[in-house]
Design a binder for this molecule. Structure first.
Ligand code: 26W
Length: 813
């Protein structure tokens, strides 16, 4: 038995258990041990947090308001310990109690307050802001329910509630004293006064916004930033008048109606529905944030004319756009500013990041609904629109078509991207290719007038969470090889290039990968009861389910492999395990059917005696930050299959690369930049590029029917969708997918070009597989080069670029 020392951490945890839970370590549950130790860690953070905020205020620093409808934070426990540099101390403490750190960490529920890339990016940014000591506050909604939990039942996705606050959240601090009022509905009365036209908002209903603050600790930094999430609360918790009359239901009604606003995250990604409750959510948190920003500035500096010197707002996609007219409203109606004066302030504070060019994702609100719900904001948006169109007329005299295309309000709709582009000082895309597409397509009309407004800042990921927390094995190897400087300084990843020619190093690199594959296999067995071959090649596609991401193409590829193996029953193939992890939006019928297909394909190949030794397909349930932490470090191949031009950046591509997976991908989003950095010999690029796709669209030269006729293996694979070979109850289950590939919709062929790219994908996969099988050392060299070149994709680099080009904050030392 090793000697067990009663360290400072052990004593603190015992103390917390006693004071907080009335328990001793012997009778405490794991949940209570988690709560108590998290509370100890929180105490350490509080010291830093209080000091940092004090310093920012005392020194009069400019701060960033990073506004986002989503923050996909995941768990904070291990991440906080890594960033504070106290992980080993607590590991030793858990040793003392005879517990594994991972068991305790698993007690925490993921903060899953986001759908996918956009929400996770916001979380990575906060880590980097804190690490770089830039003063910032993330502002969003404290959804009571995060993104649904996913179960697969009989091959189909079933959505369960994600009650992440069930056991409370140790990291958040409620500030009821800082609650603000949010006003909905009613009408606007305009009166002429000595000061000019005054708008008065009347007969509105009020909801309270109560802030909850969470510290986000940076790596080796004494300056945590704040994540401020707003929760909706009724003004009257309970209507006594109704209650006294015995009308109990009515007494609760108002409360329920108010609190539904922050009840649940919309499970939509890259698809906008224009629902009224969603508009309420967005006005709710933008209004609360603007009121908070104005109040804070007045308290600290008195005069609102200096606001742009002390505050800058980044709008994460269009969801927080209402912050713009809301700040106008506050300045005009509450602070007595004239329009021009107010506009001058507002026009110097906002910057907008676009994350998608998909038409169906662009936010537009029905004008009537908008006017009913937000009458005062509506009149301000109208005025902004008039001013903007008048300005446009000077640049494009008489070109009414172009002006109505650029207008904020037109055809009974309010277009949020146009509002952002009209008012924001900078508008950025999230990869170089995406930035180019914004300039030449989506915002081309603006680019011609204001070329300096548009820029591209390539996304990044925090290498603390996506390496130090999720891949301790590789982190240890890098630390042993390079020292631990790379955790703070992303440029040091590059030093790994000096080692990628050494066989001994590559052996160690491979051993780490094997270890991570073993860990994933255990996870899959523990959570889903599935046994996988640990020494097969691990091929992973993990991302939201969307047609443009082409999980369907990967399914067809598996069916091709299946046919190939069946055709050669005596041949030996390299065993491959193919992992899918994806949530589909509950209303996205075709996406859900693709999940059904993946599971049918899995049933087919996993149970066929000829194929099951060579081919395994696994659908990982409930993809989220925590499952990604198991999945990504174990991948040999990273699948990035989007139709060129449609994935704005992608960020999982960066996470996989950093963890030593080799990418198979199209020339899309940040894949382009990954390929430039690793060199074409260290990535497997396939398929049509963006120009080729555009050409096919313009000249209508994509003829899937012909490709289908020409290519025998493609024909066979596509045929399997309807030939009854797949084990599903209805023979028509996948007819819709079959139709979509061959005939598209309304006479336009499949806009995702699946059958166009499939043959090239089959070819490149074979090439990758051959390298893995025949030249393992070369393979691991390629994998290590991917890690070595991944420093550029640290969100530290991204944040430094935002700061240089947009925010101009100074670090707090
Ligand atoms: C429901 C409406 C809606 C529309 C768009 C919800 C969410 C969105 C997001 C903008 C979708 C999204 O997450 N986009 C992804 O953003 C990532 C971070 O920049 C990029 O890496 C991905 O390529 C992009 O799809």
């Amino acid at each position: 038995m090793p000697e067990r020392k009663k360290t400072r951490e052990v004593r603190r945890i015992i103390d917390k258990l006693k004071t907080g839970y009335g328990k001793t370590p012997e009778d405490a549950s794991r949940e209570e041990l988690y709560q108590a130790s998290a509370a100890c860690i929180r105490d350490e953070i509080m010291e830093l947090w209080v000091q940092a905020n004090h310093k920012i205020e005392a020194e009069g620093r400019k701060i960033l308001y990073y506004m986002s409808a989503e923050f996909l934070m995941g768990r904070a426990f291990v991440n906080n310990m890594v960033n504070l540099g106290i992980l080993d101390k607590y590991r030793t403490a858990f040793d003392y109690f005879g517990l594994e750190l991972s068991e305790i960490a698993a007690q925490e529920k993921d903060a899953g307050l986001g759908n996918g890339g956009l929400g996770r990016l916001a979380a990575c940014f906060l880590d980097s802001l804190a690490t770089l000591k830039l003063p910032a506050v993330g502002c969003g909604i404290r959804y009571e329910y995060g993104l649904f939990r996913q179960k697969i039942v009989d091959g189909e996705q079933v959505e369960l509630e994600d009650n992440w606050l069930e056991d409370g959240c140790v990291w958040e601090i409620e500030h009821p004293d800082e609650a603000v009022e949010i006003h909905f509905g009613g009408e606007v009365e305009e009166n002429w006064t000595a000061q000019g036209l005054q708008a008065v908002h009347k007969n509105y209903s009020t909801v309270l916004a109560v802030p909850y603050d969470m510290p986000v600790v940076g790596y080796a930094s004494d300056m945590p930033v704040t994540l401020r999430l707003w929760s909706a609360r009724a003004v009257k918790r309970f209507d006594m008048e109704y209650f006294n009359r015995g009308d109990y239901l009515h007494a609760m009604e108002e409360k329920e109606l108010a609190e539904v606003i922050s009840k649940v995250l919309y499970p939509e990604d890259n698809h906008e529905q224009g629902k009224q409750l969603r508009l309420k959510q967005f006005y709710f948190f933008t209004s609360a944030t603007m009121q908070y920003m104005v109040r804070r500035h007045k308290e600290l500096y008195g005069d609102l004319h200096t606001l742009p010197d002390y505050a800058v707002v980044q709008i994460n996609d269009t969801h927080p756009t209402l912050a713009i007219p809301e700040l106008m409203r506050i300045l005009l109606d509450q602070e007595g500013f004239h329009w021009d004066e107010a506009y001058d302030i507002v026009s110097r504070m906002f910057h907008y990041t676009n994350h998608t060019i998909m038409n169906e994702a662009l936010e537009r609100w029905n004008e009537q609904m908008f006017k009913m719900l937000l009458p005062r904001i509506y009149s301000i948006v109208q005025a902004l629109n008039e001013q903007y169109c008048r300005r446009l007329y000077q640049y494009y005299p008489g070109d009414m078509e172009r002006i109505s295309r650029m207008a904020i309000v037109a055809y009974g709709e309010i277009r949020m991207a146009n509002l952002c582009v009209a008012v924001a000082e900078k508008v950025n895309g999230v990869s170089q290719l995406h930035g180019d597409i914004l300039k030449k397509r989506l915002f081309a009309d603006t680019y011609r007038i204001h070329p300096e407004k548009l820029l591209a800042i390539t996304n990044g990921i925090t290498h603390r969470r996506w390496l130090a927390v999720s891949n301790p094995g590789l982190t240890a190897l890098l630390t042993e090889t390079l020292g631990d400087g790379f955790l703070k300084d992303y440029t040091q990843f590059e030093k790994l290039m000096d080692h990628v020619d050494q066989e001994a190093f590559l052996e160690k690199f491979a051993a780490v990968k094997r270890q991570n594959k073993k860990r994933l296999a255990e996870y899959v067995y523990r959570t889903q009861g599935i046994v996988i071959h640990e020494d097969s090649l691990f091929d992973v596609q993990a991302k939201r389910l969307h047609e443009y991401k082409r999980q369907l193409m990967k399914c067809l590829h598996i069916l091709c492999l299946y046919d190939e193996i069946k055709a050669h029953p005596d041949k030996n193939f390299q065993p491959v395990t193919i992992f899918f992890a994806a949530k589909a939006s509950p209303g996205y019928i075709r996406a859900k059917n693709i999940i059904r297909l993946i599971n049918a394909v899995a049933d087919l190949v996993n149970n066929d005696v000829d194929t099951k030794d060579f081919l395994t397909v696994v659908f990982i349930e409930n993809y989220g930050v925590s499952s990604a932490e198991f999945l990504i470090p174990a991948a040999d191949i990273s699948e990035q299959l989007s139709t060129a031009g449609l994935e704005a950046s992608g960020t999982s591509n960066m996470k996989f690369m950093m963890n030593g997976a080799v990418t198979i991908g199209t020339m899309d989003g940040a894949n382009v930049e990954i390929s430039q950095r690793v060199g074409t010999e260290n990535i497997f690029i396939f398929g049509a590029d963006e120009t080729e796709i555009e050409r096919m669209k313009a000249y209508q030269t994509y003829l899937p029917g012909e490709l289908y006729e020409k290519n025998q293996s493609v024909r066979r694979a596509v045929g399997h969708l309807i030939d009854g070979i797949l084990p599903v109850a209805s023979p028509h289950q996948f007819s819709d997918l079959y139709q979509s590939l061959l005939f598209g919709k309304f006479g336009t062929p499949d806009p995702y070009f699946v059958l166009y790219d499939l043959p090239d994908y089959i070819r490149i996969f074979e090439k990758a597989l051959a390298k893995y099988t025949e030249k393992p050392l070369d393979w691991y060299q390629t994998a290590a080069i991917n890690t070595a070149k991944s420093g550029y994709f640290s969100s530290d680099r991204t944040i430094l670029e935002y700061n240089d080009q947009i925010w101009h904050l100074t670090p707090v030392e």
